[in-house]
Design a protein around this ligand. Sequence first.
Ligand SMILES: [Zn+2]
Length: 263
Amino acid sequence: MRERRTDDEFRLLGNRRRANSHKIARQDDEFKTEDNKRRAKVLKIARQDDEFKTEDNKRRAKAHKSEGQDDEFKTEDNKRRAEALKIARQDDEFKEEDNKRRAEALKIARQDDEFKEEERRRNALRIHNNRDKYKSNFDDMKSNYESKIKEGPTHICSCCGGLWFEYSIREYTVEMLTNKGLKAEFIDTLCYLKHAIIKLCVTCRKDIMSNKIPNLSLSNGLAFYEVPNCLKILTELEERLISPRIPFMVIRSLGSCKQFGLK
Ligand SMILES: [Zn+2]
């Protein structure tokens, strides 16, 4: 999304579309009430941030002076709202609600034919831009790909022990999980790998948030046993000699079709 937004034309269209969607949606009375409630909430969450609070108080004082009619104030006010929204969106619960609200606003706006046409045009432009971006520049495409796979799936989920790319992992502390209403013993059971920062993959997260221990959780007896120190120093041959099971494989033809398979 960030990359798409670097395209100026697309950004302009996107902003216009959003403004339009808001305009149409705000005509809907019910939506207006909801929206006002939401704004109050954004402000409430943002005001918990000290720096923001100081700024906001300054702004309020200024608003009283200028009665909010001059352009400079309006620009300031918009900036402030954007800032409040940014802070508030760090709150997970708020984010979910906000996404729902946006979807609703879009649904109302889509009833308007003109908006629908505009949206269609915007989507076509976005697809066109995306296709065009790498058309003439293979090197760009290559370096983009390489930078994305550079780190590899190296993040370990504290619950299932799986390896994940950075974007699939969310980081938590015990406190954050407790705040979400999870019990301390539950957190202790599911976090098999004990670290100060708990990393959870998307699959585990889904189960944990509904108060379930994920099927693939290491605490379900899926973890490997600790190898005793005296066994760590064995050579490959010695390991084979004392192993209770020796895996053995041959390749042979299967039936009339003569396909090869492992047995
Ligand atoms: Zn996991």
